[in-house]
Design a protein around this ligand. Structure first.
Ligand code: NAD
Ligand code: WQD
Length: 343
């Protein structure tokens, strides 16, 4: 059984990926400092897969602890690096927190990978690197735009750090640029766990539908889009998780064509905020209390992925419909309420 290190593995996308890795026959070593997640994710993973993954509560900024862990697991063949701070607004308020955490954790990991001869890295990047692209759908070749937040900047610089490190080492990497991950595992045993008031649309919708929030604000209906609201590419987190298994296998089986490859992960379909609300109302049967408010500063008008490179090269394609995806998010919200949530 090949062993994979999953940093940030108790987080939203990490926990779904651990499930897919276990189900594909891999052994996982999960590392997380629980700064934005709970160990309930590990119990959820165990209920789904029958296997409780090995877990270490380690801050990746603490290099000696990570070194110690990797020395205990000399047979790790690859790392999937999810661990990062990810709140755009918070990054504007506390830029140094983002630069310290997202850079230090990646640098420590890369240094130790080189030392321990771990050759393969899958990195979580983001469509935020494209800003508002000139051409849609956006391909991996589109120019990187100046970042609109320190968070976005960390993703751009982390891609550069990886590219430069690869040029000077034996490490090979795939960076996956996620569009908008939403939804939860079909079992409703794991899902997204927003701390405080959600910034992202779908958790805000499900929390409004269940009564935690009174009203959803739709940030603008005066954009240059068919219904005036912003357009995004919403991808089911399980489809996204599966792409990580495909990417890590591409590296392990030496099917990669370059030592650093970058893939868009989206559905290839743009959906407006108002369309998404209507679809949510249809699948949940709940009438959503929402009002149109002003635009949110820094929002991109419209972006969706050209996924043809990932479809062709990785042999991966998002499978879930928007209806299935939103239903899974709604089931997770209900399950979380019914069970009283993770401790
Ligand atoms: P998440 O916050 O749920 O998961 C990240 C995990 O990393 C958390 O469990 C957190 O506790 C952990 N972590 C953070 N800093 C750490 C450190 N120094 N040491 C150890 N653990 C640490 O976020 P997510 O949505 O699962 O995102 C995973 C990755 O994908 C992140 O790199 C994020 O930037 C990226 N990404 C997310 C989205 C999105 O919309 N969710 C979109 C594009 C890219
Ligand atoms: C989606 C749409 C909002 C909340 C962010 C990060 C990005 C990436 C994914 C990590 C937008 C609208 C939202 C609300 C609304 N993360 N909206 N009312 O902004 O596309 O991307 O998460 O890399 O970097 O910026 O996602 O879910 O916040 O917003 O109308 O209460 O929903 O204006 O059009 P976004 P989001």
């Amino acid at each position: 059984m090949k062993k994979i290190l999953v940093t940030g593995g108790t987080g939203y996308i990490g926990s779904h990926t651990v499930v897919e890795l276990i189900q594909a026959g891999y052994e996982t070593v999960v590392v997380d400092n629980l700064s934005n997640s709970k160990t309930g994710a590990l119990e959820g993973i165990e209920k789904i897969t029958g296997i409780k993954p090995s877990f270490e509560c380690i801050d990746l900024c603490d290099k000696s602890s990570l070194d110690h862990l990797l020395s205990k697991h000399k047979d790790i063949v690859a790392a999937i690096h999810f661990a990062a701070c990810k709140a755009v607004g918070e990054s504007v308020q506390q830029p140094l927190k983002y630069y310290r955490n997202n850079f230090t954790s990646l640098i420590n990991l890369l240094e130790l990978m080189s030392q321990q001869a771990i050759e393969y890295l899958v990195f979580s990047s983001s469509c935020t690197v494209y800003g508002q692209p000139e051409k849609l759908p956006v391909t991996e070749q589109a120019p990187i735009q100046p970042a609109t937040s320190p968070y976005g900047n960390t993703k751009q610089v982390c891609e550069t750090i990886i590219r430069d490190t690869i040029a000077a080492s034996t490490i090979k990497s795939i960076a996956l640029r996620y569009f908008n991950p939403i939804g939860a595992h079909a079992s409703a045993l794991i899902g997204e766990l927003p701390v405080g008031v959600p910034n992202n649309l779908v958790p805000f919708i499900t929390q409004t539908a269940i009564g935690i929030r009174e009203q959803l604000s739709v940030f603008g209906n005066d954009y240059n889009t068919p219904d005036g609201s912003c357009i995004r590419d919403y991808i089911h987190v399980v489809d996204l998780a599966k792409a990580h298994v495909t990417a890590v296998e591409r590296l392990i089986n030496k099917n990669n064509k370059n030592s650093f490859e970058i893939f868009n992960l989206g559905t290839g379909k743009g959906v407006s905020v108002l369309e998404l609300i209507r679809t949510f109302e249809k699948v949940s049967g709940v009438k959503l209390n929402y009002k149109i408010t002003g635009r949110r500063a820094g929002d991109t008008e419209q972006v969706w992925a050209d996924t043809s490179f990932a479809n062709r090269e990785l042999g991966w394609k998002a499978q879930s419909t928007l209806e299935e995806t939103l239903l899974s998010a709604w089931k997770w919200e209900q399950y979380y309420k019914e069970t009283g949530g993770w401790k």
